[in-house]
Write a protein that binds this ligand. Structure first.
Ligand code: HAS
Ligand code: HEM
Length: 579
């Protein structure tokens, strides 16, 4: 890699990891408030919802997007042997960084406590929306450059199979481009003019439908870089081969079809969307689990092959022969830990996707239980493990505290298992998410005190403390490595797995066109009725609200109208529901 591209990659890994200290600090604070240890609205001048917004945005949006771009540059350069355009890479970096700084300012100043889903009628400072838009646009740029490199490569290698990692990167960024169009429309056309005061009301249902068109595909944009690592690197790290490269291709193209048209499964409780749309998208959601089942079986077979090559006997003996604590293959520890958590993350996801069961778990603590075993499980562990790996290889610096580096993912697994057990159990007992429980339900002096949630929130607190320790140890290892001196040749290299079965090239599974066309058809069928519902039955447009006040901020509404009980009631419940 050229020096310039190396630098972009370092910055794209380093900035979000530095911000992660704030993100993880707020995770710890949330479990403390929720367990009733703190019984106040804010701590150190930061309010609960301000902290929760910082937590969600930094961990789930900023870290994941910067990483996907950095990892994309590295995989494209490595597998195609062609370097991305440096000027475009820097342009993308600066747009993302300026966007992040704008949003960070709005959140830290307490002007954007709207959570990472930024549902209206909660209103943020325009900088929050503009910043988000810049982050998104910045992350689009590399796709066009990588596609150009891919087309060149294809011309030069007409009969070679597209490397699986390149296929994955392109699939991922196509999903990202398509789904972020809806987010860009929501932010630029609906929210920004309304936040600026140019429009008095907003169609809440339409905004939410646009958000979730983006929002569920977003989770696969988080997941696919991890899948690229699992398919391409994990078998080699385990000492074996990838069981089937074709299975990987089918899974990746499956994500192209099913990642986007499932967003309504977040809106099963939204009254404006009709039943048929909900049932159809619920079925498609079962469809989006299939690529992950394919992945589970393919990876298990690859691990079995690796274990047997290392002398394993019996049905499950191969689990005992894998290099769990090998410091030279610390990436293996990050990946296997994530996969283990994903078994539970996937199962809880399938519970969510059935519209009947969803009514039991929606908006309860079950949900953070689910997504900390997905985004904070395989995704987070793959991101931090690979960030350390890319930095260390690319800079020629040895990992700081290698023994600790290899233990961190297991510590994280223990933390998450305890934390998510507490949340999932609590969720089934009705414990709400997005609620500062210490103010009411977990305060014995309050009439709302609910003793059943004491053990559940205490478990979450215990798990959260362990996760916090593991997260901080990782930051010490990563930044400690940065401070070390170079001792080896700096080179970008990946532990690439060979294929066990050398399957021939099948054009259908090596060409984007048929999949893109099918993707468009499924999207139209699933989403045109949803958008029609959202525009036909929006209810009265909602005025603007700040998170700390149930009275609308709109200056043109008459003050006496605001004081009528009917409007007061409606606005209060809108603000609560939309948190
Ligand atoms: Fe989800 C809500 C359904 C996957 C993230 N999800 C969320 C939210 C987030 C999120 C952040 O249908 C909350 C949004 C909010 O703030 O409101 N989710 C699913 C389904 C899947 C799924 C069906 N989710 C994910 C992934 C995420 C993620 C991945 C992040 C990266 N989710 C939902 C639904 C909701 C939802 C509803 C809305 C609920 C509501 O009411 O609000 C599927 O994709 C899951 C498929 C996964 C599997 C698992 C395969 C297992 C593997 C591991 C194998 C292990 C091996 C190793 C081989 C089928 C691949 C073994 C090794 C050993 C050592 C044993
Ligand atoms: C929400 C704790 C790490 C992503 C939450 C909540 C808790 C929590 C308790 C729910 C709060 C509520 O609903 O009232 C922690 C702890 C962490 C940690 C203790 C580690 C020390 C992470 C990581 C990620 C993540 C690494 C992603 C990579 C999220 C997201 C939300 C969330 C997206 C939802 C925010 C929202 O509802 O707006 N976290 N978390 N967390 N967490 Fe974490």
């Amino acid at each position: 890699l050229s020096k310039s591209l190396r630098r972009v990659i370092y910055w794209e890994l380093g900035i979000p990891l530095a911000l992660l200290s704030i993100g993880i600090y707020h995770g710890l604070m949330q479990v403390i408030y929720r367990a009733g240890v703190l019984q106040q609205p804010s701590f150190a001048k930061l309010d609960y919802y301000q902290g929760l917004t910082l937590h969600g945005v930094i961990n789930a949006i900023v870290l994941t997007t910067f990483f996907a771009v950095a990892f994309g540059h590295a995989t494209i350069a490595f597998f195609l042997k062609k370097e991305p355009n440096k000027k475009l890479a820097w342009l993308s970096f600066w747009l993302m960084t300026i966007g992040t700084l704008m949003a960070a300012w709005a959140m830290l100043a307490g002007k954007a406590s709207v959570l990472y889903t930024f549902y209206p009628p909660l209103k943020a400072h325009p900088f929050f929306y503009l910043g988000t838009a810049l982050l998104i646009v910045g992350s689009w740029i590399p796709l066009f450059d990588w596609s150009r490199l891919y087309r060149q490569w294809r011309k030069e290698n007409p009969d070679t199979k597209t490397p699986l990692a390149v296929l994955g990167t392109l699939v991922n960024f196509i999903i990202w481009f398509v789904c972020t169009l809806a987010a860009a429309y929501e932010v630029l056309v609906l929210l920004l003019p309304w936040a600026m005061g140019w429009k008095q009301t907003v169609n809440v249902t339409l905004a939410r439908t646009l958000f979730w068109f983006f929002g569920h595909a977003l989770v696969y944009f988080w997941l696919l870089p991890a899948y690229i690592m699992f398919y391409n690197f994990l078998p080699k790290l385990a000492g074996g081969k990838l069981f089937s490269d074709l299975a990987g291709r089918i899974a990746l193209f499956g994500f192209l079809l099913f990642s986007v048209p499932v967003g309504v499964h977040h809106q099963f409780s939204d009254p404006s969307i009709t039943k048929g749309v909900k049932i159809f998208q619920s079925l498609l959601t079962f469809g989006v689990a299939i690529p992950s089942f394919i992945t589970a079986f393919t990876l298990a077979a690859s691990l079995e092959y690796a274990g047997r090559k290392r002398g394993a006997k019996g049905l499950l003996g191969f689990f005992g022969k894998l290099p769990y604590l090998d410091q030279n293959r610390y990436l293996f520890a990050y990946m296997i830990s994530g996969l283990f958590l994903f078994i539970f993350g996937g199962l809880t996801g399938i519970v969510n996707s059935s519209s009947e069961l969803n009514a039991v778990v929606h908006n309860t603590a079950w949900l953070p239980g689910h997504f900390h075993m997905t985004v904070a499980g395989p995704v987070f562990l793959a991101i931090i493990g690979m960030s350390l790996y890319i930095y260390s290889k690319n800079s020629g610096k040895k990992v700081f505290m290698p023994k600790v580096a290899v233990i961190i993912p297991y510590l994280w697994v223990i933390g998450i298992l305890i934390f998510s057990t507490g949340l999932s159990w609590g969720g089934l007992l009705g414990e709400p998410r997005r609620t500062n429980l210490g103010m009411t339900y977990l305060n014995p002096k309050n009439e709302l005190f609910t003793p059943e949630w004491v053990p559940t929130t205490t478990l979450a607190l215990l798990g959260g403390i362990i996760m916090f320790i593991a997260g901080m140890l990782f930051l010490v290892v990563f930044f400690g490595t940065m401070l070390k001196k170079q001792t080896e040749a700096a080179m970008l290299e990946f532990p690439v797995s060979e294929n066990l079965h050398n399957e021939r090239r099948i054009p259908l599974f090596d060409s984007f066109k048929p999949w893109l066309v099918t993707m468009a058809v499924v999207l139209v069928i699933a989403y045109v009725p949803a958008f029609l519902d959202a525009t036909k039955n929006p209810g009265p447009g909602a005025p603007r609200f700040t998170p700390d006040n149930p009275v609308p901020v709109s200056t043109t509404l008459k003050t006496d109208a605001l004081q009528t009980p009917a409007l007061g009631d409606k606005t209060a419940s809108a603000a609560t529901v939309n948190k």
